[in-house]
Design a protein around this ligand. Sequence first.
Ligand SMILES: [Mg+2]
Length: 158
Amino acid sequence: MCRALEPLGLVWIEEPLDAHDFEGHAVLASTFDTPIATGEMLTSTAEHAELIRAGGADVAQPDAPRIGGITRFLKVMALADHRNLQLAPHFAMEIHVHLAAAYAREPWVEHFEWLDPLFDEHLEIADGRMHLSPRPGLGASISDQVRACTVAEHEIRA
Ligand SMILES: [Mg+2]
């Protein structure tokens, strides 16, 4: 498939193999000019380190919620930067847009509207680029719609 897609000059080919086949991805990354993107299914910093060490990704796709948070994401980002990889965090762009903005090379940030109902504020996108909010923290607050689905207290009776 990679051979057939190569003439199209794609920005990347995403996860063409099983997510944990680091060596297989490395073979593809070294064989083809089209960048290989992968990593969104990995669940730890250690897995990302193994993938990056194997040379299995031209484009790293860590997912902060999936690997345990922002601190772990920053560790993966440092490893990716050390290997001069492109960065394209997976999903959860309300978090990732802030992290990606701190990367050494202009990153990609995915955009889905699926999470819009969760927050009062929405990501600002113009001319193909996301613009960071000047609001504190991640710049998003939980919407009333979501608050209505949560409870502040819950009593459990035996
Ligand atoms: Mg993806």
